[in-house]
Design a protein around this ligand. Sequence first.
Ligand code: AMP
Length: 422
Amino acid sequence: MSNNTEPLPGTSDIWEPETLDWIELENAARDIFHRYSYSEIRTPIFERTEVFVRNLGTETDVVQKEMYTFEDRGHRSLTLRPEGTAGVIRAIAGHGLDQGDEARVFYFGPMFRGERPAAGRRRQFHQVGVEAVGSNSPWQDVEVITMLVHFLERIGVKGGKVNINTRGLPEDRAAVSAALKEYFAPHAHEMCEDCQRRLDTNVWRMLDCKNETCKAIAEKAPIIVDLLGPESRDYFDKVCQGLKETGVDFQFEPRLVRGLDYYIHTVFEVTHSGLGAQDALAGGGRYRITFPGSKNAIEGIGFAAGMERLLLARESLGIKAQPRREADVIVLCLGENAIVPGIKLTDGIRKEFSDLRVKADFTGRSMKAQMRGANKVGARLAVILGENELDQGVALCRDMTSTEQTAVPLTQLFDFIRKMTF
Ligand code: AMP
C-alpha cells in the first residue's frame, strides 16, 4: 500500500533550493518577455471541457487519452487544463479582440495530463508559454521563435536544437492528406496500432510517430512543404529568412507536425540532448481557433516550454541553485521575559535591513539548544537577549564565525549590524 504522505504518481512537492531555480526561471522569463512587449496573463486551471476538445481536436492524444475530466456538482463537464493556449485564447476571445487588434501575452502554471510518469514526464507539470494573437504575419512567427531562443540563452540552456516545419494553410490540407494516405496505405499493416487508426483519422500524425518501425517508414514519406500552394510556401520562406536575420540557428524538420489540430503554417520544437528520452524542451506553432459566439477565427502563434525540462536541461549543464542560508541573523530570546522584546527587536531588524533574512527563536529552549539552532540555520550573527541584557539595555552579539561576543547597546545595534559583512 502506498504511503499516503507521498504525492500522487507523476506529481511532486518542490522544496528549496529547487524553488529558487523556479523563481530564477520565472524572473528571467518575465524580464525577456516584457522586453518584447508581452504582458502576463493568468487564466483558471480548469475550463469547460469543450474549450479543449473543440480546439485541440478529438483526434489528439491529449484529448483522447490524457485529460483529467470531471463533472462538477452542477453536472457540467470540466477539465483540468492540459495546455495553456486554449484557455488563453478563450480569455482573449471573451475580452473581445477587434479586427486588427493584437494581444501579446505570456503565462506560467501547472498543466495536467494523465500520462505514464517517467523521467521528465509528469502528470502535473508546469509550463511557461507565450501567445501573440491577432497578427497573421510570418514576421510575428520570427519574433516568437527568436524570443524563445533569447529566453533559453538567458537561462543558460545552451545546445538546444530548434526544428521547424510548416503545415501550410487549411486549404492546402486536402492535397497533403491525399498524398500522405497514398504513401502510407500500403505500409499501414507494418505500422503500430495508433498509426493504423491514424491512416483514416489523422494521417499527418503518421509522420512523427515515435515507434521505430513507423519512423523508418515515415523517413521516405512525401515532404509536406513540397505539396503546399504558393502562398503557404512563400509564408514559410519568409519565416526561414527572418530567422536567419535574427541569428536563430534552426533546422528544417520535414516530419515535424505537432500533435494538435489547430496548427497552421509554422510549427517548431526545441529539443535538448541533456533530457534523455523525453527530449522536447519547448514546442509551438501558429494556430487558427474559432470559438462559438465569436465572430472571427482567432489567429496567433505561441509556444510552451516545460519548466521541469528547462530545469533538467540546466542541471545537465551544471546550473543549479545552491542551498541558501536559512537566516543571516537570529535573535535568541532567553527566558519568558525576553520573548516580547525579542520579537520587537527582530521586527525592527527586518524592517531596517531589507536584504537580510532574520529569524527569532522564541521557543524558550535553553541557551545551548538555541545556539545549536543558530548553527543549524547557518546564521552569521546571533543576537542574544536575556534578562541581564534587558536590564542593561544591551544585546549580546555573537559573531558565529569568530565566536567573538560583544555587548552592544540596543540603540547602537543597527549600526553594529550595518558594519558586518554577511
Ligand atoms: P506540448 O504542449 O505537448 O507541446 O508541450 C510543450 C512542452 O511542455 C514540451 O516541450 C515539454 O517541455 C513540456 N511537457 C509536455 N508534456 C509534459 C509532461 N507530461 N511532463 C513534463 N513536461 C511536459
